[in-house]
Design a protein around this ligand. Structure first.
Ligand SMILES: Nc1nc2[nH]c(I)nc2c(=O)[nH]1
Length: 267
C-alpha cells in the first residue's frame, strides 16, 4: 500500500491531475524556468493549460517575487507537449529536498524524457558577466543534500547530456560551457566563499538545479542545464548584492533568452 505522501505516489497523483487538466496523455519534455528564463513558456508553443501550484499535490507557489506560481502545458509546433514548471521550490524554503525535486518527478511520471533546467546565478569566473548565458556541462552539489533515498547508487556521468549540449551549440555556437555550483542559500557568498567556489572549479553559483538534475537522472531523463549570469557572485569592491537588482537583470534578459530557448527546445 503506497502512502499518499511517498514521492513516487505524489508525483503520479500530480501527473494525473496535470495531464487531465491539459487533456493530454503525457508530457514529452519538462522545463523549469529560473530567473531570466520565464518568457520561454509563451515562446515555445501554445499554452493549452495553466494550473495554479496550490491545485496540484506537492507543489507550492514560491511566494518569491518574480518566481512563477503555476504549471503550464504548452503544445509545441511539432505536436509534442511541454510541462513548464513555474512553481519551483528552493531548498532555502525549508520544505525539504522532496519538494524541490517534485516537479521533475511529476514530469517523469507523466512520461517526459527530457528535463531542461534553467536558472539565474552569480558569476564566479570573471569571463562570465551579468547577462551572459552558460551551458552547464557539470555541477558541484554543495548542498549536502541528495534527492535519492536509500541505497540507490546513481551514476552521474554525462549528467548534462552531451547530445543536448550539441543541440544548443547548433543553435548558438558561441555559447560557453561551465560548471554550476549549487549552494543552499538564501544568503549570497562571502568574498572568501566566492574565491573558494571558483578555486574548486565553479564557473557560476546558484541555489537550484543540481539536486533537480540528480532526481531527473534517477528518473531516467536526459538533462539540459542553462544558466543566466545575473551578477558577479560577489562584488569584492563593488556595491553589495541587491536581490531586486538580480531579478531585474533576469527580467532584462527574458526576451532574448525566451527566443533562444524557443529555438533550442523543439530540436
Ligand atoms: N548563491 C548565489 N545564488 C544566486 N542566484 C543568483 I540570480 N545570483 C546568485 C549569486 O550570486 N549567488
Amino acid at each position: 500500500m503506497s502512502h499518499e505522501n511517498e514521492p513516487a505516489a505524489l508525483a503520479r497523483d500530480a501527473a494525473r491531475i496535470l495531464t487531465d487538466r491539459a487533456g493530454v496523455e503525457r508530457f514529452d519534455i519538462a522545463l523549469t524556468l529560473g530567473s531570466g528564463w520565464r518568457r520561454a513558456a509563451d515562446l515555445i508553443g501554445e499554452v493549452i493549460s495553466t494550473v495554479p501550484a496550490a491545485e496540484v499535490p506537492g507543489f507550492h507557489a514560491s511566494g518569491v517575487a518574480g518566481h512563477g506560481g503555476d504549471l503550464r502545458t504548452v503544445r509545441m509546433p511539432d505536436g509534442r507537449h511541454a510541462l513548464i514548471i513555474g512553481a519551483r521550490t528552493h531548498l532555502y524554503e525549508g520544505r525539504g529536498v522532496r519538494a524541490v525535486v517534485h516537479g521533475v518527478r511529476t514530469a517523469a511520471a507523466a512520461g517526459a524524457r527530457i528535463a531542461v533546467l534553467t536558472n539565474g546565478a552569480g558569476g564566479l569566473d570573471p569571463a562570465f558577466g551579468a547577462g551572459d548565458t552558460m551551458l552547464i556541462n557539470d555541477h558541484l552539489n554543495l548542498t549536502g543534500e541528495s534527492p535519492i533515498e536509500g541505497a540507490h547508487f546513481i551514476d552521474l556521468t554525462d549528467l548534462y547530456a552531451e547530445r543536448l549540449r550539441a543541440v544548443v551549440r547548433s543553435v548558438d555556437s558561441s555559447i560557453r560551457e561551465g560548471v554550476y555550483a549549487q549552494v543552499r542559500g538564501p544568503h549570497y557568498e562571502t568574498p572568501a566563499e566566492s574565491r573558494y567556489l571558483y578555486g574548486i572549479g565553479g564557473t557560476a553559483v546558484g541555489m537550484s538545479t543540481a539536486v533537480e538534475a540528480i532526481a531527473a537522472r534517477e528518473a531516467g531523463m536526459e538533462v539540459l542545464g542553462l544558466t543566466l549570469v545575473t551578477n558577479p557572485a560577489t562584488n569584492h569592491d563593488g556595491p553589495p548584492l541587491d536581490h531586486a537588482e538580480v531579478l531585474a537583470a533576469g527580467q532584462a534578459a527574458e526576451g532574448r533568452l525566451g527566443e533562444f530557448l524557443a529555438r533550442v527546445v523543439p530540436r
